[in-house]
Design a protein around this ligand. Sequence first.
Ligand code: NDP
Length: 321
Amino acid sequence: MTATHSTRMLILGSGPAGLSAAIYGARAGMAPIVVQGLQPGGQLTITTDVENYPGFKDVIQGPWLMEQMQAQAEHVGAQMMWDTIVDVDLTQRPFRLTGDGGTIYTGDVLVIATGAQAKWLGIPGEQELGGKGVSACATCDGFFYRGKKVAVIGGGNTAVEEALYMTNHSHDVTLIHRRDSLRAEKILQDRLFANPRIKVLWNKRVDRFVGGGDPEGLVGLDLVDTVTGEASRFDAEGGFVAIGHHPATEIFKGHLDLDEDGYIKVETGGTHTSVPGVFACGDVMDKIYRQAVTAAGTGCMAALDAERFLAEADFEEKVAA
Ligand code: NDP
């Protein structure tokens, strides 16, 4: 027989956004169920040192931080479940989600915190040198490249912002882009071109991240000119891939309003989505800040918005009865 789990507050995703929503939701008496996906704990579980999450003077580890958040959420009464949601029905409350084994989850409100994944180039050396010179988040890891020569790959807003950010740590930042013009906003481009610490290499494709040294780390990038086909080596100790993100919103297509990049649209300054009673928080609705602390902040907002929504819905039901 198919199992059904029902709750006042159903949360999908268990990164900092989902677990913060769970902590607030549990303490508000909504007995949340958190459905964790394929990467319980989210992106922080694939990082190592975390130095920018407030509250910790010493360096902490991403996976440890997520274990603590989960333990805290469970301690206050949230229930964790592991499943891959394959179908959603948001046409009526309670909302209904179906797992790949047929398990049904229903919630009077739904908080979506499924996050986003950085896009990678998929080239040799990228995985092997992850955390040893290759990263997809300058704001997270840039500090570790203080005084080093670094490359940022990409030509959109993220790449330009990451290159500008890296000049706080390095005098020698090179943006490597596969075409001869950027797609980043003009104001960001103006800042980039005016910055004496940044050079731009145009028409270059990165074909390989090259490791070396002991302990092994990034020593260079193999490039190919996209116009002439000429191969070259670019020496660098840091390589930041900044070619965009994929928000995890596939299952919500056609059920909720998404923007042109696939992120869930929320009302300005809040977490309400296009369906009343469905809230979104963290990287699945934020393509600008993408930090653990901002995800946790919007997770808290989603729980508070959900609590208010339920209080109003309960009141209206009582008045109607
Ligand atoms: P974008 O999709 O805008 O840009 C991706 C960049 O990476 C493009 O320049 C693209 O090249 C390049 N790229 C993609 N795939 C490859 C590849 N395989 N090899 C080499 N280069 C590649 O992503 P962003 O993350 O920059 O931005 C996403 C959205 O978020 C945008 O709407 C952006 O405006 C927004 N954003 C806004 C910010 C802000 O307002 N402060 C900050 C960050 C993002 P090409 O140009 O040749 O296609």
